[in-house]
Design a protein around this ligand. Structure first.
Ligand code: NAD
Length: 450
């Protein structure tokens, strides 16, 4: 007889019952193990999800906070804190697209002069979202909160406007880029048309009092206009790209909301804005990356042989124009009830540099600053969005906003390159640049101006 059976017999336990007990223990141990493994796997999935889709997570936080009231109070407190003006007479500004290039600089400038700023951005992947996150962190270090959220989210906008007494909206969120519209046309309609309408609806119907709105249109609305320099009085009914068409539609939509609801609205037509923390899809930025990575740079020549020219405008100059527009916006005259007391301001201004420069010259400056020659590839400009030149007349902005662009292309590009080599850890002196590697290059069409 085996020893176990002798023991069992000795203890008065029947061998079959003891075997059943052992089996039970085994099943319970393995189900514990299974439970633990499931919990661990779930935690791992949540961590992975949070790393890849942080905006979705925080958005769902916002929604659950809104739905169940849990965390809602602290969310509102944070929004109010960030939006609170810090000096008498200062503004309280909602900046959409605050994690974008121009949004970052405007938010920093507003905050630096004591205005309250709360940002909103959906951190989309049109270009490297980690650059947008880095901008968000920089703003957070200055006390500016940038919420994850979409301008098309009407409930979120309503909550935001209820939480803080926003006096001005600086609407910069958009799908930018001229040639990307060939790949993703609906993205332009969603962000630039539907998004603008959602924001105007919220400002007109859910804010009390209504804020004044300043928003980014674009020099691209001049389209096939060849009367130069481009003036606000010139034709803008011949857009050369879907991007331009959505910005032109935005100007018409702005007219309707101003007319019906008495919203004070100012549209700003930016001309090829460049500078530190810029947009990787734009020519100056992608040229810099190609130069350090030793990759060829594509230059466009117009059908008549002329090199493309752009009215490159340094971001600090544009920021001064944006702040000037906010400061002079005038009040909205409508109310939530839909009644307006009288006409409200409706304005459009060019914000350019007034001196178009051949793109080849911009490239030569970059080569000098980076200490390397570019490998050039010259091709005829495809007729799919870009225009041969842009040139701004800014006399209206000078008169009404005190706008005076003051930065030469050489000085502005030096600031850009200083930032670029620091941010991407490019070794300009030693010649071992790794910006091509570090600046996660995505295959995307480059915009000379948008
Ligand atoms: N940079 C230029 O040269 C230039 C020229 C003309 C016009 N503009 C206009 O100026 C504005 C700012 O341009 P930028 O160069 O800073 O571009 P950007 O792409 O860096 O900034 C736009 C930001 O908006 C966000 N966004 C996009 N869709 C959104 C949505 N539905 N909801 C919330 N956020 C959204 C993006 O994530 C991005 O961070 C845009 O309206 C652009 O069309 C720019």
């Amino acid at each position: 007889m085996p020893a176990g059976v002798v023991d069992a017999a000795a203890k008065g336990v029947r061998p079959e019952r003891r075997a059943a007990g052992a089996k039970k223990q085994l099943v319970s141990a393995s189900s514990h193990l299974l439970f633990r493994a499931t919990v661990l796997a779930t935690i791992a999935l949540v961590v992975l999800f949070a790393a890849h889709y942080p905006s979705l997570l925080s958005r769902s936080y916002i929604l659950s906070a809104a739905a169940y009231g849990r965390g809602a109070a602290s969310w509102e407190r944070e929004v109010r804190r960030s939006a609170a003006p810090r000096r008498d007479g200062a503004l309280s500004v909602l900046v959409t697209g605050a994690a974008g290039f121009v949004g970052l600089h405007c938010s920093l400038a507003l905050s630096a002069r004591g205005d309250g700023v709360v940002g909103l951005d959906n951190f989309n992947a049109y270009y490297d979202p980690s650059l947008k996150r880095a901008r968000q962190r920089l703003l957070a270090s200055r006390g500016v909160l940038v919420l994850d959220g979409d301008v098309n989210d009407a409930a979120l906008l309503e909550r935001l406007l209820a939480a803080a007494r926003i006096t001005h909206v600086l609407h910069l969120a958009a799908q930018a880029g001229v040639r990307h519209a060939l790949r993703a046309p609906q993205a332009y309609v969603a962000a630039n048309v539907a998004g603008l309408v959602a924001l105007l609806e919220a400002a007109a119907r859910h804010a009390d009092p209504q804020p004044a709105l300043v928003w980014a249109s674009s020099s691209s609305v001049y389209g096939l206009n060849d009367d130069a320099p481009f003036s606000e009085d010139h034709r803008t009914d011949r857009p050369a790209s879907l991007y331009a068409a959505t910005k032109k539609a935005g100007e018409a939509i702005a007219h309707a909301y101003n007319h019906i609801y008495g919203l004070s609205i100012t549209g700003l037509r930016f001309f090829t804005v460049y500078g530190p923390w810029g947009r990787p899809d734009m020519a100056y930025f992608s040229f810099a990356r190609s130069i350090v990575a030793g990759e060829p740079v594509t230059l466009f020549r117009a059908a008549d042989g002329a090199v493309a020219r752009r009215d490159f405008t340094y971001v600090d100059d544009v920021v001064r124009g944006c702040l000037g527009a906010l400061d002079t916006a005038g009040k909205s005259t409508g109310s939530r009830s839909g009644k307006k007391r009288g006409p409200a301001p409706l304005r459009v201004y060019n914000l350019g540099n007034t001196s178009p420069v051949p793109v080849t010259h911009m490239l030569a400056i970059l080569e000098k600053l980076l200490g390397r020659k570019a490998r050039k590839r010259v091709v005829t400009m495809p007729s799919n969005g870009d225009v041969p030149f842009t040139h701004a007349n800014v006399s209206h902005a000078a008169r009404d906003l005190g706008y005076r662009p003051a930065t030469s292309l050489e000085a502005g590009l030096r600031h850009f390159v200083d930032w670029f080599v620091r941010y991407y850890k490019v070794d300009v002196g030693g010649g071992s640049a790794d910006a091509g590697k570090t600046a996660k290059r995505k295959s995307m069409p480059t915009s000379a101006a948008s």
